[in-house]
Ligand binder design. Structure first.
Ligand code: NAG
Ligand code: NAG
Ligand code: NAG
Length: 234
């Protein structure tokens, strides 16, 4: 009796273990994916750099970007910056609703330090191997007035992985638009922030986005998925 029980137990354990691992298929981004780093510019990041929440977010986002850059070959990474074609801001006027959002940043141009990517998130400059692209935009949506959609289409991207701020602005707007354009959208929860309103962030990540559905994952899950992905196609 004792022997039988021991035998049963030793047979059942590996079986149960394999059941557990086969029910959760490892997450992967496949080979046709792009990493989107949205509005990580000095003007919005620097004011958060001294807050507890901001420090955590910067560390998480930098950890992700470093891991992506360490891939061989590196996947396509697309950054967005907010700025206007000239100080006269032809893309902006007081008569449009976005003006009150933009006014906080002043007259941003390509040369404005405020609109440059925050140093901890710097795009890769590894010459010909770099698959990093930096695009200009002047509204919430990451593809506003630039070649985002053209690049995603040309490079046969199927899955996009989003980081950036704010959660209610560029992140939400871009998740909706790319979802409607038939991309599989992933949002890294640790890599987005809603300055001064964690409740808004929570509602968007836990209630709104999953309804689309957009897949919300943690940094840990994203890093694991990155390991299971690739080699990234270009
Ligand atoms: C953050 O803290 C550092 C060091 O105390 C200070 O020099 C810097 O001005 C602060 N930045 C902001 C945006 O408050
Ligand atoms: C994140 O924080 C940890 C712990 O302080 C540190 O070891 C690591 O270097 C940081 N990573 C980045 C990318 O800043
Ligand atoms: C932006 O440019 C306009 C027109 O040149 C000027 O009137 C305005 O004061 C500028 N705003 C800032 C914040 O520099």
């Amino acid at each position: 009796m004792h022997l039988t029980r021991t035998l049963l137990f030793s047979l059942a354990l590996p079986f149960l273990a394999s059941c557990a691992s086969s029910t959760s298929k490892p997450l992967s981004f496949g080979q046709n994916y792009a990493v989107l780093n949205l509005d990580l510019i000095n003007g919005v990041v620097a004011p958060l750099a001294n807050t507890t929440e901001g420090k955590k977010w910067i560390n998480s986002t930098a950890t992700w970007i470093d891991a992506v850059h360490a891939q061989s070959p590196p996947p396509l990474s697309i950054y967005t910056r907010i700025y206007y074609s000239s100080v006269a801001t032809p893309e902006l006027s007081p008569s449009i609703p976005f003006y009150q959002v933009a006014a906080a940043f002043g007259n941003l141009t390509e040369e404005s330090p405020v609109s440059e990517i925050y140093p901890a998130f710097a795009p890769s400059s590894s010459g010909d191997d770099s698959r990093d692209v930096v695009l200009r935009k002047s509204r919430y949506y990451a593809g506003d007035g630039n070649s985002l959609e053209e690049i995603l289409r040309t490079r046969w991207v199927e899955k996009v992985i989003l980081s950036g701020l704010s959660t209610s602005g560029v992140l939400l707007s871009t998740a909706y638009r790319l979802f409607d354009l038939d991309y599989f959208v992933y949002v890294i929860s640790d890599n987005t922030i809603q300055p001064s309103s964690p409740t808004t962030k929570k509602t968007i990540l836990e209630d709104i986005l999953p309804r689309l559905p957009v897949t919300v994952i943690s940094l840990e899950e994203a890093l694991e998925a990155l390991e299971n992905s690739g080699p990234a196609k270009w």
